[in-house]
Design a protein around this ligand. Structure first.
Ligand code: ADP
Ligand code: MG
Length: 636
C-alpha cells in the first residue's frame, strides 16, 4: 500500500529545472545579456570575477522594469515576451521561456537593480534560494543591473563539474564575442575583474570584426551579401589565411541569435574546399535572415540549435552566398600539395543527425553541384558522359581534338557557318582581340609566345612570374562561356552559326515547356530554333556548339537549366548562362593544341573572375616556386 511517488519540493524542482538553463557561468551571462538586448539596451557592460563563479555583473541602459514586473521577473514561466501559443510561431526576441531569472535565482544569490526612464525611483530586488524575494526602493540609473554571486553555492555537484577558471573564462569570452559580433551597433564592454577585455563602440559589422579580430583581419575579410526569395545571407568570410585548425571563428546568427549547425557550416566550407587544408576551417560571420515562422527556435533549452522548415533551402542559399563572395573576391588559389580530393565524386551531407534519407544532400565534388538523392542517377549519368565526348557526333567519335583541330585545320572551314573549328571552340578571333594584353604582368612571356603544356588532356600548365599555374581546361572554358553567354543575353546578341542542314529534334513535353520559357534568351545566345508540335527545328547554333552536337547540346542545356533552377538561387538568365557554360565547354579528356591553350588562357584572363567557375569551383591553381624550393630542400 505504500505509495512511492511524491511531488518534489519546489526547491529541488527549481534546481533541477535550473540545470537545463544554467550549466556554467557562461550560461548565466548568455541569459542576462540576452535579456538586456531584448530590453532594447544600446550599451551592455559585463564584469566577471573568478570566471563568473564569484560574481557576474551586468549593466544595461535598456527599458528597466516597474516594481510589479520586477516582482514577477524571478518567477518561473514569467515573461513579458510572449502571451499566446501563436506568439511562439514568430519569436523576434532572444528570450521567451521565462525561465532564466528563476533558474539563476535557484542556484545563486541574485540582485537586480532597475529603473524605467520615466520613473522617479528605481527598485532593488534581492533573491536567495529558499527565501522570499525582498524588494525595496533604490536610487539607480535608467536600465537594469544584475549581480549574480556565488553561483552553484547550493549545488556542490554542479560546482565540482565546472572546469578551471581558464576554461570557464574562455567559454564566457566566446559568448561575449558572439554577442558583440551579432549586434555591431551596440556598445559592449567586457571586464575580467579589473582588466578590460574589450570595449567596442557602435559600428558596422566590418568595423566590429576588425575591432575584435585585430587590424590584420581588415584585408582578409570578404563581404557576403545574398538575397533569395525566402532568406537573406550577409556578413563576411575570411580569406584562407584566416582559417584555423579549430572551429572557433565560425559564427552564424539566425535573425540575430547565435546558432550552431553542422549542415550549415558545411555549406560555408564547401566553396572553400579547394582553398584550404583538410583540417582547416574558414572564418566566417554570417547573418541569416528568415521569416521567423519558418524556423523553430524552441528545440533546445539554450536555443543554440534551431529547426528549419526547409533546411535544404537555407543550405543552398548559404552555399551560393559564399560561392559568389569568393568568386567576386577573385581569390587566387594557392595549392596545397597535401590536399586530398575524395575518390567518389559524390559526398553525402547529412542535414541533421536525425535526417531521413530524403534530407541527405549529395554534393558532386567534381562539379560542385548539390543534388538531392532522387536526381543523383541523372547527374551520375551526365558526369560519366562528360568525361567522354558528349558533344561528339557519331562520325566524330573516333577523332579527338588533336586530329580535328590541328593548327592547320584552323584555316579550313567547318560546318554550315563556314566557321573554323578553332573559332567554334573559342569564339571568333575578333571577339577577344581587345584582351591581348590582359594580365601580362602575371606571365613571364607574352601570351602568344609562352610555353604551355597539357597534362593528361585535362590541365594546362603555364609558367608565371611566381611559379607555375595550372588551369583546369573545362572549368576555364566554362567560365569564359558563362560570361560570354551572360553578355549575349544582357547586352548584345551573340553571333550564331547557320546550319547547312537544319536538324529536327523531338522534345519531351517538359523540354518543350522549358524551351517556350527560354526561347528568347536561347535566341540571344545564338540558337535559331522554331518549334512546331513537339518538334524543334534547329537552323543555327551558337559558335561554341560544334557540328553534330546540336541535339545533345540543346537537350543537355535544358536539363541542366532545370536542375539549376532547383539548386541555384539565381535568376533565369544566370542559370541559363551557367547551363550553357557547363554543357558547351570543352571537356576534360580533350586534347588541345598550343594555340588553343594560349587562346584559352587569354580568354580566361579577360573574364571578370578567372579564378573560379560559375559554380565556385577553382579554375586556376598557383603553385608558387617557394613550394618547390621547400620540397627540394632549397632555402630559396
Ligand atoms: P524571458 O527572457 O524568457 O522572458 P527571463 O527569466 O530571462 O525570461 O526574464 C523574465 C522577464 O524579466 C523578461 O520577460 C523581462 O520582461 C524581464 N527582464 C529580465 N531582464 C531584464 C532587463 N535587463 N531589462 C528589462 N527587463 C528585464
Ligand atoms: Mg531571458
Amino acid at each position: 500500500m505504500n505509495n512511492r511517488i511524491h511531488i518534489l519540493p519546489e526547491y529541488i524542482a527549481n534546481q533541477i529545472a535550473a540545470g537545463e538553463v544554467v550549466q556554467r557561468p557562461e550560461s548565466v551571462i548568455k541569459e542576462l545579456v540576452e535579456n538586456s538586448l531584448d530590453a532594447g539596451a544600446e550599451q551592455v557592460s559585463v564584469v566577471v570575477r573568478g570566471a563568473g563563479k564569484q560574481l557576474i555583473h551586468i549593466l544595461d541602459n535598456g527599458s528597466g522594469m516597474s516594481r510589479g514586473d520586477l516582482a514577477l521577473a524571478t518567477k518561473r514561466h514569467a515573461t513579458s515576451k510572449i502571451q499566446t501559443v501563436q506568439d511562439l510561431e514568430h519569436i523576434m526576441t532572444l528570450g521567451f521561456r521565462g525561465e532564466a531569472l528563476a533558474s539563476i535565482g535557484a542556484v545563486a544569490h541574485l540582485e537586480i537593480r532597475t529603473r524605467r526612464e520615466d520613473d522617479e525611483i528605481g527598485w532593488k530586488l534581492t533573491a536567495e534560494p529558499l527565501k522570499d524575494d525582498v524588494i525595496e526602493p533604490f536610487k539607480s540609473e535608467k536600465g537594469t543591473q544584475i549581480f549574480v554571486r556565488n553561483l552553484f553555492f547550493n549545488v556542490p555537484a554542479r560546482k565540482k563539474f565546472l572546469r578551471s577558471d581558464l576554461t570557464e573564462f574562455r567559454h564566457i569570452s566566446e559568448t561575449m564575442l558572439k554577442f558583440a559580433l551579432s549586434r555591431p551597433h551596440i556598445r559592449f564592454t567586457f571586464y575580467d575583474a579589473d582588466s578590460l577585455i574589450f570595449d567596442v563602440k557602435p559600428s558596422d559589422l566590418e568595423q566590429r570584426i576588425i575591432a575584435l579580430m585585430g587590424e590584420r583581419s581588415a584585408s582578409q575579410i570578404i563581404p557576403v551579401d545574398f538575397t533569395a526569395p525566402l532568406v537573406k545571407v550577409s556578413g563576411f568570410v575570411g580569406q584562407p589565411s584566416m582559417a584555423k585548425h579549430s572551429r572557433s571563428g565560425q559564427y552564424f546568427f539566425l535573425n540575430g541569435r547565435a546558432i550552431t549547425s553542422r549542415a550549415l557550416t558545411h555549406a560555408v566550407f564547401f566553396p572553400f574546399e579547394h582553398l584550404l587544408d583538410k583540417n582547416s576551417h574558414p572564418f566566417f560571420v554570417l547573418n541569416i535572415e528568415i521569416d521567423p515562422e519558418k524556423v523553430d527556435v524552441n528545440v533546445h533549452p539554450q536555443k543554440h540549435e534551431v529547426k528549419f522548415d526547409d533546411e535544404r533551402m537555407v543550405y543552398n542559399a548559404i552555399h551560393q552566398a559564399v560561392s559568389e563572395a569568393l568568386q567576386r573576391s577573385n581569390l587566387v588559389r594557392e595549392a596545397h600539395f597535401r590536399e586530398q580530393i575524395a575518390h567518389s565524386p559524390f559526398e553525402k551531407v547529412q542535414l541533421n543527425p536525425s535526417s531521413t534519407p530524403n534530407d541527405i544532400l549529395l554534393v558532386n565534388r567534381l562539379t560542385g553541384e548539390i543534388v538531392n538523392t532522387t536526381s543523383q542517377k541523372r547527374i551520375a549519368s551526365h558526369s560519366s558522359v562528360n568525361n567522354q565526348q558528349s558533344y561528339s557526333s557519331p562520325q566524330s567519335k573516333s577523332s579527338n581534338y588533336s586530329q580535328e583541330y590541328t593548327p592547320q585545320s584552323q584555316k579550313q572551314t567547318f560546318g554550315g557557318a563556314q566557321q573554323t573549328a578553332f573559332e567554334a571552340l573559342f569564339g571568333s578571333a575578333n571577339e577577344t582581340q581587345t584582351s591581348q594584353n590582359t594580365n601580362n604582368q602575371l606571365f613571364e612571356e607574352p601570351i602568344n609566345q609562352m610555353t604551355v603544356w597539357q597534362l593528361h588532356n585535362k590541365y594546362v600548365f603555364v609558367q608565371t612570374d611566381k611559379g607555375v599555374m595550372v588551369i583546369d581546361q573545362h572549368n576555364a572554358h566554362e567560365r569564359i562561356l558563362y560570361e560570354r553567354a551572360l553578355k549575349a543575353m544582357n547586352e548584345q546578341f551573340a553571333n550564331g552559326q547557320k546550319l547547312l542542314f537544319p536538324v529536327k529534334i523531338e522534345l519531351t513535353s517538359s523540354e518543350k515547356a522549358l524551351f517556350d520559357e527560354l526561347s528568347a534568351d536561347l535566341e540571344r545566345l545564338g540558337f535559331d530554333i522554331s518549334l512546331e508540335g513537339g518538334i524543334a527545328e534547329v537552323r543555327g547554333v551558337p559558335l561554341d556548339v560544334h557540328a553534330g552536337n546540336e541535339e545533345s547540346a540543346l537537350k543537355e542545356i535544358l536539363a541542366q537549366f532545370e536542375e539549376y533552377q532547383q539548386i541555384r538561387h539565381s535568376d533565369s538568365r544566370d542559370n541559363l548562362a551557367a547551363s550553357f557554360g557547363c554543357k558547351a565547354a570543352i571537356k576534360t579528356g580533350q586534347r588541345l593544341s598550343e594555340p588553343e591553350m594560349r587562346r584559352l588562357i587569354e580568354d580566361l584572363f579577360a573574364t571578370s573572375t578567372p579564378y573560379v567557375c560559375p559554380h565556385g569551383r577553382p579554375v586556376v591553381i598557383d603553385f608558387p616556386l617557394g613550394e618547390f624550393d621547400k620540397r627540394f630542400g632549397r632555402t630559396s
